[in-house]
Design a protein. Structure first.
Length: 272
């Protein structure tokens, strides 16, 4: 379980930005970094052991992302509230924005919510998270700083009874500028099984953060999914963070090899 924090959090405490002035072209996000539930939500009707499962967060993803951010001098934006309260990697009209069921587990505290209750959850976590990314990206683009977005996630080895053999998956849509060289580099690693749009794809509605902040601006982006048994402890977290740092240190978007204009992006206004 994640280390406990104060029982009730103001909205300004539900997102954390590490190294906001990072010199790296990469901005990392960790959309499901925490399994923390503020006291006002109780346990959402779940048993304590459910709150340490993948339904509540992405175990291991945050330590990997933090180590990468430090090594790359990259900015990292992370959520600090469980995805069970509200999933920050979903659009506001998504049926699983406040999930009534996760995998096969019913979430009693998420049923029968009023519009006011849902809006309060949006204001608590979703808006601060996306507002922070928005400010960081806009500031970088205003300075002319090259910007590429990468989200770091983890996935469970078995989901709905189906085994998942991939050690790591790279998720992308039709913009493959980052994904293609990243996949190629990972496939050169001995003993590593790489999923391409596995175990998820954008069709599963898991690409929202990147769609909102990168694709809308023409910025290169990709989503990383690491199988969570690979990063359940410090040794695995360090291994994968260091492997990915080595790759990202030399990674150039395909379109940027001859020109960096595509990675500079364009500034746009998005709805909050």
């Amino acid at each position: 379980m994640e280390q406990a924090r104060p029982a009730s959090l103001a909205s300004s405490d539900t997102v954390r930005v590490t190294n906001p002035g990072g010199s790296s072209p990469f901005v990392l996000t960790c959309d499901h970094a925490s399994n923390f539930l503020p006291a006002e939500f109780g346990t959402l009707g779940l048993a304590a052991e459910d709150l340490s499962r993948h339904i509540a967060w992405d175990p291991g993803a945050l330590p990997v992302a933090l180590r990468m951010a430090q090594a790359l001098d990259a900015t990292l934006v992370e959520t600090r509230i469980s995805r069970l309260v509200i999933d920050c990697n979903r659009p506001l009209d998504a049926p699983d924005l406040v999930p009534p069921v996760s995998e096969t587990t019913a979430i009693p505290g998420n049923t029968g919510l009023s519009e006011k209750q849902r809006a309060a959850r949006v204001a608590l976590s979703w808006q601060p998270f996306h507002g922070a990314i928005e400010c960081i990206v806009e500031d970088r683009l205003a300075r002319g700083q090259e910007t590429r977005l990468v989200s770091v996630h983890s996935f469970t080895p078995v989901y709905n009874g189906r085994s998942r053999p991939w050690h790591i998956g790279i998720i992308h849509d039709d913009d493959r500028r980052l994904a293609s060289p990243l996949i190629s580099a990972l496939r050169r690693l001995a003993g590593v099984t790489v999923g391409v749009n596995e175990p998820y794809s954008p069709a599963d509605r898991v690409y929202f953060t990147l769609e909102r902040h990168a694709r809308s601006r023409g910025l290169p982006c990709a989503m990383i999914e690491i199988r969570n048994d690979e990063i359940s402890g410090e040794t695995g977290q360090r291994k994968w963070a260091d492997l990915l740092t080595g790759i990202f240190s030399n990674l150039e978007p395909e379109e940027a090899r001859g020109s960096r204009q595509g990675a500079m992006g364009k500034s746009v206004q998005t709805a909050s």
